[in-house]
Ligand binder design. Sequence first.
Ligand SMILES: C[S@@+](CC[C@H](N)C(=O)[O-])C[C@H]1O[C@@H](n2cnc3c(N)ncnc32)[C@H](O)[C@@H]1O
Length: 211
Amino acid sequence: MSALFLKRFIRNPFKVASIVPSSRTLIRRVSGKMDFTAPRVIAEYGPGEGCHTREIARRMHRESRLLLFELDPQLCTHLSAQFAGDPRVSVHNTDCARLPDVLAEAMLTHCDYIVSGIPFSILEKEKKREILSNTHAALKPAPDSAFIIYQVTNELRARGHCNHFAHAESEYCLVNLPPMFVTTFYKQANGRTAHAGNGKNGRRMNGNGAH
Ligand SMILES: C[S@@+](CC[C@H](N)C(=O)[O-])C[C@H]1O[C@@H](n2cnc3c(N)ncnc32)[C@H](O)[C@@H]1O
């Protein structure tokens, strides 16, 4: 599976943006941000060959839904084959900016969680703004609803791109190639104190601390 990922990186380095899939440690850190005890609607942006997807699908409730948004057609074919037997998972070979349309087509109103591995730092400003605004609007107005990203830089937080979220928590995962920030943006503050724009240099941590 890593071979397919590498091939797709060579073909389209600016979209795929990584030569190896996320590590087991990073995958566990990201999945650990979600509560899987009840049915959830989850969207994943940029699942690649499906390393986070497999863990989310393994943990999630049997009545949950998992919507995958992947631009690369070959990775989509691979994902569709992998999850062919799991009716909770749907693969969408489209830009994640289309989340509102896909939710409407699936007759779903909101997401509980949105997980993202797309390379935000190399997206054009307008595209970034569109995705972040659609993401915020699609999240359920509930205490734990969150947008969870893993990125080499913490620029979405440090540069205030996610200031419309009420609260953010970041941690640093060293056990990944390359090391990544995992940042959780909550739609509601819910008694949590720091604003989503905190962390000027991208390394100010709340809640979970740095690792
Ligand atoms: C860095 S890879 C992450 C892959 C995988 N999630 C992992 O952790 O190993 C980023 C993926 O995002 C996809 N991608 C980039 N921009 C996207 C967009 N706007 N919408 C959907 N997928 C996108 C790429 O095709 C690529 O598979």
